[in-house]
Write a protein that binds this ligand. Structure first.
Ligand SMILES: [Zn+2]
Length: 330
């Protein structure tokens, strides 16, 4: 009897604290509520993010991901011309993945490095085409250690002595990997910590750790100049749900998205960048720049409110996937 009453008491306390969420997540239409919240937030700004995260994310088995890098696509499928995009930011990415060169008074900070098979042509070749010297890349920030972003890190380290900045858990995953680096691994270098500033000359990139996509995923904040006018960027370092599909993993992902939303808001970021062109439409936007007339807004400059909506898309799609997982576990 005593135990029964106590359990009942706990149940009431539990419902009192969590009742709303609990009932909402159990409701048959809970998934749809999250999906439509995501759809509303995406609007016309983030259709690729919505499509990838909300429409058909496949559940991922609960095993450690250690796979060989994807084999090279035909060059036509990925090759993109490099371009100057801001006074101090150059696109050296592919049609599918972004790599950015942030120029400073003391050299270049490179953000992400594509695959091993295309980093030489896009990054080294692209920098040279733009009149920039790849040997001036002092720091390379890798958002996470998947083969489509870390592929050129070893080349930059070995050839130019660039310092490589990455999250600790992702350095660990490189060291443990058996299949991921058939052509050799970058050597552990700078382990990024939350709030750290990677400073070069007149420019600083603030690291925000956002575990979720991988345990060591890094996002960042920095300032660009558009015809001399400063504009703040929130760079999201990991987006898709290709981590093992568990409720705790989704919780980690969701809390990182909230963290980055808040960091973006407090830094007045009006640009949202990502490392896959499908999430921020970087490839078409870089091409659209050619049509920009003097005085027109920059195609990347979406405004603060849109940047906040991006993080609503990622959070609501993650909530939908998490809810599905909980419902299917019943
Ligand atoms: Zn990834």
């Amino acid at each position: 009897m005593n135990m029964h009453v106590r359990n009942l008491g706990n149940a009431f306390i539990f419902l009192g604290l969590y009742g709303t969420t609990l009932f909402a997540e159990n409701a048959p239409d809970a998934v749809d509520i999250h999906l439509s919240a995501a759809r509303n937030a995406a609007g016309f700004d983030f259709p690729g993010t919505l499509a990838r995260l909300c429409v058909a994310p496949e559940p991922v088995p609960n095993t450690v991901r250690d796979v060989a890098p994807a084999s090279a696509l035909a060059r036509d499928a990925w090759f993109a011309e490099p371009a100057k995009v801001f006074d101090n930011l150059y696109f050296v990415g592919s049609k599918i993945h972004s790599s950015w060169a942030l120029t400073t008074t003391e050299g270049i900070i490179l953000i992400d490095t594509l695959f091993t098979y295309n980093s030489e042509e896009e990054i080294v070749g692209g920098l040279k085409k733009l009149g920039l010297d790849p040997a001036k890349v002092k720091y390379v920030i890798i958002t996470h250690a998947h083969s489509d972003h870390v592929g050129g890190a070893k080349m930059m380290q070995d050839r130019y002595g660039s310092r490589i900045v990455m999250g600790g858990p992702d350095w660990d995953s490189i060291e443990k990997s058996v299949y991921g680096y058939p052509l050799g691994k970058p050597k552990r270098d700078i382990v990024a910590i939350d709030g750290q500033k990677v400073t070069l000359g007149d420019t600083a990139v603030t690291i925000i750790t956002t575990p979720g996509h991988t345990p060591g995923t890094l996002s960042m904040l920095f300032t660009l100049k558009d015809n001399g006018k400063p504009i703040n960027v929130a760079y999201s370092g990991g987006t898709a749900f290709n981590f093992p599909s568990t409720v705790p993993n989704f919780d980690i992902y969701i809390s990182s998205q909230s963290k980055m939303r808040d960091a973006a808001a407090s830094s007045n970021a009006t640009i949202l960048m990502s490392n896959h062109t499908e999430f921020d439409s970087a490839y078409p936007k870089v091409r659209m720049l050619a049509l920009r007339k003097p005085g027109e807004p920059h195609p990347f400059d979406l405004g603060k409110e849109a940047v906040a909506r991006y993080f609503t898309v990622t959070r609501e799609c993650a909530q939908a996937a998490r809810t599905k997982l909980m419902q299917s576990a019943k």
